[in-house]
Design a protein around this ligand. Structure first.
Ligand code: RIB
Length: 331
């Protein structure tokens, strides 16, 4: 592999000149720049990002760990981070923990070895070990979406509770008095807050609830909806704590011969891109993933620049998006 020295010799310039062309750290005459850039092509030169960062003490790479890159919510949020990071001259190393604490921690070690400048973390929600390790090494971390108790770290947190209240209140206003909730992994604050919001809205409404735990996946939503709709006095509406589980519930309604929303109303949470295209289109609680991603990146790069800044905890509003999957209680 060609080195920076090979490029300098080929172009007939000093190594410092090649470095100035690479990093834009000093103006170089057009003719000289042309010679150096031709040498890059001829020698197929690839600058060593880590070697360069050792000299400049800033590795323009950030790490991001998410629980499930197959879930559009996480993928779309990661896209928001990557777009914002790229604009600031940073690359992103994306790691999928698969919801496993062990994998999350192993990726944490790998990112430390890769000398990333900082980490954006959407955690499994069950441990703060990765955050603790990064803080022990003075590597900036921003927690997104799933707050971790007892951590003093920058965070971007959607209004999970308020979003769940809004979703449930919509169903109550439509006249539903038997409402199911497909919750998710107990212990994950985001999920717990949505269940708390559902129960808050239901309390005092004179309505009957039926809660079945899912797993934030299509299959978990499908199985939970089967359990709900096959109960003795099935609800006429379901609030699912994320869109994948709501889509699973739409499938069960179809298989059970139930019209949505004529016989059954369904609300999700996230507003993933697919929510507009389900049949019927899904009513859901929108999380502004682009804003979440860019805000997380902004906070992280700010902290990379000045680790002494006070911790920032930003809340992002969620918004109920009414579509076709909700309607008045069946008469
Ligand atoms: O769809 C995955 C869910 O887990 C989202 O609602 C997100 O908030 C995350 O916590």
């Amino acid at each position: 592999m060609a080195s920076i020295r090979d490029v300098a010799e080929h172009a007939g310039v000093s190594i410092a000149t090649v470095s100035h062309v690479l990093n834009g750290t000093r103006k170089v005459a057009d003719s000289t720049r042309k010679q150096v850039e031709e040498a890059f092509v001829v020698l197929n030169y690839r600058p060593n990002r880590i070697a360069r960062s050792l000299r400049t003490s800033v590795n323009h790479t950030i790490g991001m760990v998410i629980p499930d890159h197959a879930n559009p919510f996480f993928a779309e949020t990661a896209r928001g981070v990557e777009d914002a990071a790229f604009e600031k001259g940073y690359g992103v190393l994306l790691c999928n923990s698969d919801g496993s604490v062990d994998k999350e921690n192993r990726y944490g070690e790998s990112l430390i070895e890769s000398m990333v400048s900082g980490v954006v973390l959407i955690s499994t929600g069950l441990t703060s070990k990765l955050v603790d390790e990064m803080q022990r090494r003075n590597i900036p971390v921003v927690v997104v979406d799933r707050e971790l108790p007892r951590t003093d770290v920058d965070a971007v947190l959607p209004e999970h509770f308020d979003g769940a209240v809004a979703a449930t209140e919509l169903l109550l206003q439509l006249g539903h008095t038997r409402i199911g909730c497909i919750s998710s992994a107990a212990g994950v604050l985001a999920a717990d807050e949505r269940l708390r919001g559902f129960r808050q809205a239901m309390s005092g409404a004179g309505a009957t609830e039926m809660v079945v735990e899912g797993d934030f996946q299509y299959e978990g939503g499908y199985l939970a909806a089967q359990q709900i709709l096959r109960s003795s006095a099935p609800p006429t509406a379901i609030f699912a704590c994320n869109d994948l589980m709501a889509i699973g519930a739409l499938r069960v309604a179809k298989e059970e011969g139930l019209d949505v929303p004529g016989d059954l109303s369904i609300v999700g949470f996230d507003n993933i891109a697919a929510a507009r295209f389900t049949n019927p289109a899904l009513t859901t609680v929108a999380q502004p993933v682009q804003q979440i991603g860019s805000l997380a990146t902004e906070l992280l790069i700010r902290r990379i620049g000045d680790p002494s800044l006070p911790t920032e905890r930003r809340t992002v509003t969620t918004e109920l998006v009414e579509r076709e999957s909700t309607g008045s209680v069946p008469q």
